[in-house]
Design a protein around this ligand. Structure first.
Ligand SMILES: Cc1cc2nc3c(=O)[nH]c(=O)nc-3n(C[C@H](O)[C@H](O)[C@H](O)COP(=O)(O)OP(=O)(O)OC[C@H]3O[C@@H](n4cnc5c(N)ncnc54)[C@H](O)[C@@H]3O)c2cc1C
Length: 439
């Protein structure tokens, strides 16, 4: 028996969610149902796993269960970078072991191809664009990161362009940054619109239930998923609920729900767009992992993402949202002094699932319980790839990517509470303070 100790509860401020094309959520589950396969969590990982199972087993029913509305969880809350390149923050050149980096690159390309194909096939309106990304620096240590990553990209034989301060305003409008490393392979997109579009284009043998919070798992000859209004009995369960898996007792203390936060402005007027200058859309990630991510969206809003908190329950907390909004305003004003009166329409937070060694979980956690968890902040591509490959593996299909994922030792252990919270909070506070102007 696995009893759940915390359930998802995100805030209602996510701009991407509210600006998505309208859709009607699927009804919650009630009563008792049986299915061969149950997938828990309809973020990018669960959506990919359910779709692939349905294609592999066209005569089976696949039940996909989501505690909130699709697109309301972390998959709809992120900054929308579907990133191709590996970025190992533990390695001096951010690439590290070349064989591992090549496999991660292949995984990300596999996911990008899948996303592109599904968006085209189902006409999903999610503002997807092959814009690439700028990794930008303003502090000396940020410049050192770009230099090191550049040497890593040379080793991996990947294209990039170094852009200096003088030329950056032509790209980004702002003259805040001293240098940027542009790589062309990232796709930028509207994440909630993608998640919702994927949910509405699932094969007909997937039964999706939204607003259905699983509170207990019972293991016997089959596995029973309990919720307030009934049960779902399945032969096999795929856990795709990220850090919430640890609230059922799996991988205890190894999956860290680290929240990060974003604000989105109102659309810029024509005059403001002129004053800003630069390209009409772009995405910037920070050289320092504790720094600020920025997007200029196709509808001419600016998104600012930074600030972190460790919410052990996995649930949103208003005090952290308030603090993040103040930080977003300060970061915005530093970068866009030419846009003094541009207010934020939306501010929200969301959980990344991180591990201390930056590794994910892929495989079987117990009899009948399989999982793809812990995307370490890269769930658009990683979740899509691992969800698909988990389903393939359960059909008996293996390839080099599956073998690579299965060979990983997975997320490592951490000290128990209260040491864990103290350690993570110290780390987050220290990192954010050290980020300086990168934040
Ligand atoms: C602000 C922010 C910016 C980010 N930027 C990026 C980015 O630019 N690019 C990128 O690739 N990644 C980014 N990420 C990370 C990315 O959002 C995650 O890695 C991704 O969402 C993981 O997908 P997932 O499907 O594995 O998990 P999730 O999206 O977390 O989905 C799991 C689902 O399980 C559901 N669930 C959990 N427990 C239960 C239960 N008991 N019963 C029913 N349902 C349950 C949850 O409601 C949730 O919807 C960012 C994250 C945040 C918060």
């Amino acid at each position: 028996m696995y009893r759940n100790t915390s359930t998802p509860a995100d805030d209602n401020g996510c701009g991407w969610f509210h600006l998505s094309p309208p859709r009607t959520p699927r009804p919650a589950h009630s009563g008792r149902s049986q299915a061969r396969w149950a997938v828990l969590g309809a973020g990018f990982t669960g959506l990919a796993a359910a779709r692939q199972l349905a294609l592999k087993f066209p005569h089976d029913e696949i039940v996909l269960i989501e505690g909130q509305q699709v697109g309301f969880g972390a998959s709809g809350r992120n900054s929308g970078f579907a990133i191709d390149l590996p970025h190992d923050i533990g390695a001096p050149d951010y690439i590290g072991d070349l064989a591992t980096a090549r496999m991660n690159l292949k995984l990300n390309h596999f996911a990008q191809a899948q996303i592109r194909a599904l968006v085209a096939e189902h006409g999903i309106d999610c503002q997807i664009r092959p814009d690439g990304k700028y990794q930008a620096a303003v502090e000396d240590k940020g410049l050192a990161v770009l230099a090191a990553y550049r040497s890593g990209l040379d080793k991996l034989d990947q294209p990039y362009e170094m852009i200096d301060a003088r030329d950056l305003p032509e790209h980004l409008g702002t003259s805040f940054y001293r240098q940027a490393l542009y790589t062309p392979g990232t796709m930028l997109l509207q994440p909630a619109a993608l998640a919702r579009g994927l949910a509405d284009s699932l094969p007909s043998n997937v039964s999706l239930y939204e607003h259905t919070v699983i509170t207990r798992l019972e293991q016997g000859e089959k596995i029973t998923l309990h919720h307030a209004n009934g049960q779902i009995v399945a032969d096999e369960l795929l856990l795709c609920n990220n850090a919430f898996a640890s609230h059922f007792g799996f991988l205890p203390g190894r999956l860290l729900p680290i929240f990060t936060y974003a604000s989105m402005t109102r659309p810029l007027t024509e005059a403001e767009q002129q004053r800003l200058g630069g390209k009409p859309t772009w995405g910037i990630i920070p050289a320092d992992p504790f720094g600020t991510t920025l997007r200029r969206t196709p509808d001419q809003r600016l998104l600012v993402r930074n600030s972190f908190s460790f919410n052990a329950s996995g649930q949103a907390q208003q005090k952290f949202l308030d603090r993040a909004e103040r930080q977003h305003r300060a970061s915005f004003e530093r970068r866009f002094p030419m846009l003094p009166d541009v207010s934020f329409d939306y501010t929200w937070g969301g959980a990344m699932c991180l591990s201390r060694n930056h590794l994910s979980y892929f495989g079987s956690l117990a009899p009948r319980v399989h999982a793809a968890l812990c995307c370490n902040g890269l769930g658009i591509t990683r979740g899509t790839a691992t969800g698909t490959l988990l389903a393939n593996w359960l059909t008996g299909e293996r390839n080099e990517l599956t073998d690579f994922l299965l060979a990983s030792p997975g997320p490592n252990r951490n000290p128990p509470e209260p040491l864990l919270s103290v350690g993570v909070n110290l780390n987050l506070n220290w990192g954010q303070r050290r980020a300086g102007l990168e934040a």
